[in-house]
Design a protein around this ligand. Structure first.
Ligand SMILES: *Cc1c(COP(=O)(O)O)cnc(C)c1O
Length: 219
């Protein structure tokens, strides 16, 4: 199936109010341009180096999303170039974002990535460390928390539902706390295989790669 056909199907299955981020990692600029010509403006990349090579090919109407683990020492390369960082997962990263963005008088909008399935192989913060991170977020002036993100463990429908609904509960709880600098606007969860369930459970950003661009080639 072509990108156009895939997109048509995906779009038809996403209700108004849910933002679609097209995950273009490993895919060439031509594929991104094709999706762009079909109206997509939100693209997700997981590696800073790869993101930078693509970034220069597009104008300021494109909103870039960093969805992969972000090392603190890479922050300096992305300042001012990214619409939303989905992977804030440590105090160390937060402090580097605050430092680099305040230097440029810019704001970093970020989602806190939660390792809801407690998987060692995954990035994201564990729930028991969330309070400390939230405390530090409230001391920031140039990093603004805009919500939560997760990548759930591989599992069946029932397991997916369980993790997504835990995330939604946490999202609502934090929203109710009205913490300074911590807004619960976006709940980013759901990928090609599970985004429909994620939406039913309350996601308002879905990140879809293979469902739009086809299978990825890792060389
Ligand atoms: C690759 C990736 C996606 C997209 O996955 P697909 O299965 O291709 O839809 C979404 N979120 C993150 C964090 C990813 O790394």
């Amino acid at each position: 199936m072509s990108i156009a056909e895939n997109l048509e199907k995906v779009r038809a299955s996403i209700p108004d109010g849910v933002k679609l981020v097209a995950v273009s990692k490993t895919k060439p600029v031509e594929d991104i341009k094709e999706a762009y010509d079909l109206g997509i403006r939100d693209f997700g990349e997981n590696k800073v180096q790869e993101f930078l090579t693509k970034y220069d090919n597009f104008g300021s109407d494109v909103r870039w999303h960093i969805i992969g683990h972000l090392q603190a020492n890479k922050v300096k390369y992305i300042v001012g170039k990214v619409f939303l960082i989905h992977s804030l997962d440590s105090v160390k990263l937060l402090k580097e974002l605050e430092k680099r963005y305040s230097k440029e008088n810019l704001f970093a909008d970020a989602l806190i990535e939660i390792n809801i399935g407690r998987e060692e192989s995954k990035s994201g913060i564990l729930l028991e460390n969330l309070d400390e991170l939230l405390g530090e977020c409230q001391r920031c002036s140039n990093v603004r928390v805009k919500g939560l993100m997760t990548v759930i463990p591989i599992g069946d429908e029932e397991s997916n539902k369980k993790y997504f609904s835990q995330m939604k509960s946490l999202f609502e709880k934090l929203k109710g706390m009205k913490l300074k600098n911590v807004e619960m606007k976006y709940l980013s969860m759901g990928m090609t295989g599970d985004y429909k369930t994620a939406i039913l459970e309350g996601a308002n950003i879905v990140r879809i790669g293979q469902g739009i661009f086809g299978k990825r080639n890792y060389n």
